[in-house]
Write a protein that binds this ligand. Structure first.
Ligand SMILES: [Zn+2]
Length: 67
């Protein structure tokens, strides 16, 4: 019965690792989704924002909505 107990513990550990790995993968996939698209920096306050939300004020320069 000692071997059976070891197998059960191994299966439980395997499941735990799988659940943690799935959670980490889902989290990083969501982060990639959040940062999809080009990010630019406001030339006045230095905040990062998506290029779509920024106003282009020159070649490679952007401003956020606050200015
Ligand atoms: Zn700004």
């Amino acid at each position: 019965m000692h071997l059976l107990r070891l197998v059960i513990i191994a299966v439980i550990i395997w499941f735990a690792i799988r659940i943690v790995r799935n959670a980490l993968t889902a989290k990083s996939a969501r982060q990639v989704d959040d940062y999809r698209g080009k990010m630019v920096t406001c030339s006045v306050c230095g905040v990062y924002l998506p290029e779509d939300d920024a106003k282009a004020i020159g070649e490679g320069k952007y401003q956020c909505d606050r200015h």
